[in-house]
Design a protein around this ligand. Structure first.
Ligand code: C2E
Ligand code: CA
Ligand code: CA
Ligand code: CA
Length: 279
C-alpha cells in the first residue's frame, strides 16, 4: 500500500520535527530565549457580552515550522497526544502563556487548554503550580479548559486532579460543552467553574428555535448550578444579538469569536487591546 506508506512516512517525519522542535522547549529555553522555539502562543480575546468589556484571552498554540510555515493545532496536537510529546509541549505552552499574561493589566484572565494525556502520570498539579510561580501570575487569573474526552478514563483520578487544581486556586472550564456523550453526567460529578458552549450551538442561533432553546436551557442550568458561561465561535452580529435576546438581561455571559477578535500573537493583542489610552 504505497499510499499508506507515504502517509506513515509523512507522519514519522512530522513526529521527528516535533521532537526536534521540542528540544528547545525544556525549562529555561522557551522562557529566556523565545526566538529559539518554533512554537508560538496566539491569544483570542474573551469579552462580556453585554458591556463588550475585555475580560481576558485564551491561549492557542501554533507551530512555525521552518519549511511548512504556520501549522494549526489540529494538524499537530493529535500527533503530540499519540506520541506523548503533548507533555513537554503542554508544559511549555502553560509556562509561556503564564509568563506573557503576567504582563497584562491585572484584571485580565488567561485560559489554557489541557489534553487528556496531561492527566496521566500525576505531574499536572505541580506543573501548573510551578508555571504560576515562575511567572508570578495569581492562580485566580488562570482558567484551565478540558474537553469531556479528558474525563472518559480514570474518572476518579481525573476528578482528583481537577480538585487539586481548584485547590491551587485556578478555575476549571468544560470546553466544547454539548459535543460529548455525557456532558450532564460530568456536570453532576464535578464542580466546574465555567462551561463553554460549543460553536455548533452558536452557528444557527437566531435562525433555528431549537438552538435558541438549547442555549437558553444551558444558561438556566448554569445559573442554578452557579457555573459561569462562555459562548464560543460567535462570528456574526446576528449571533451576538440572538445571544443577548437569550440572556435577556439576566446574569452574565462571556463571548469569544471572530466577531470580537481572532487569535493573534502576544505583541499584536497588546497593541490592539492594551495600547496606551485604550486600556
Ligand atoms: P478550542 O479549545 O475549542 O479553541 C477554539 C478554536 O476555535 C480555535 O481554533 C479558535 O481559533 C477557533 N475559533 C475561535 N473563534 C472562532 C469563530 O468565531 N469561528 C470559528 N470557525 N472558529 C473560531 P485553533 O486555534 O485552531 O485550535 C483548535 C483546537 O486545538 C482548540 O479548540 C483546542 O482543542 C486545541 N488546542 C489549541 N491550543 C492548544 C494547546 O495549547 N493545548 C491543547 N491541549 N490543545 C490546544
Ligand atoms: Ca478551548
Ligand atoms: Ca472549545
Ligand atoms: Ca475544540
Amino acid at each position: 500500500e504505497p499510499a499508506v506508506d507515504a502517509r506513515m512516512q509523512a507522519r514519522r517525519g512530522l513526529e521527528l520535527d516535533l521532537r526536534r522542535a521540542l528540544e528547545h522547549c525544556a525549562p529555561g529555553f522557551g522562557d529566556s530565549n523565545p526566538p529559539r522555539t518554533e512554537f508560538e502562543v496566539f491569544y483570542q480575546p474573551t469579552l462580556d457580552l453585554r458591556s463588550r468589556a475585555l475580560r481576558g484571552f485564551e491561549a492557542l498554540v501554533r507551530w512555525r515550522h521552518p519549511e511548512r510555515g504556520l501549522i494549526a493545532p489540529a494538524d499537530f496536537i493529535p500527533l503530540a497526544e499519540e506520541t506523548g510529546l503533548i507533555l513537554p509541549l503542554g508544559a511549555w505552552v502553560l509556562r509561556r502563556a503564564c509568563a506573557e499574561a503576567a504582563g497584562w493589566p491585572e484584571t485580565m484572565t488567561l485560559a489554557v487548554n489541557l489534553s487528556p494525556a496531561q492527566f496521566a502520570g500525576g505531574g499536572l498539579v505541580p506543573m501548573v503550580a510551578e508555571a504560576l510561580g515562575m511567572a508570578g501570575l495569581p492562580p485566580e487569573r488562570l482558567e484551565l479548559e478540558i474537553t469531556e474526552t479528558a474525563m472518559l478514563q480514570e474518572t476518579e483520578t481525573t476528578l482528583g486532579i481537577l480538585r487539586g487544581l481548584q485547590e491551587l486556586g485556578v478555575g476549571i472550564a468544560m470546553d466544547d460543552f454539548g459535543t460529548g456523550y455525557s456532558s450532564l453526567g460530568y456536570l453532576r460529578r464535578f464542580p466546574f467553574d465555567r462551561l463553554k458552549i460549543d460553536r455548533s450551538f452558536i452557528e444557527d442561533l437566531g435562525q433555528r428555535e431549537a438552538s435558541d432553546a438549547i442555549v437558553r436551557a444551558i444558561l438556566a442550568l448554569c445559573s442554578s448550578l452557579g457555573i459561569a458561561v462562555t459562548a464560543e465561535g460567535v462570528e456574526t452580529v446576528e449571533q451576538a444579538g440572538a445571544l443577548e435576546r437569550v440572556l435577556d438581561g439576566h446574569g452574565e455571559m462571556l463571548v469569544q469569536g471572530w466577531l470580537f477578535g481572532r487569535p493573534a500573537p502576544a505583541a499584536e493583542i497588546a497593541a490592539t487591546w492594551f495600547a496606551p489610552g485604550e486600556a
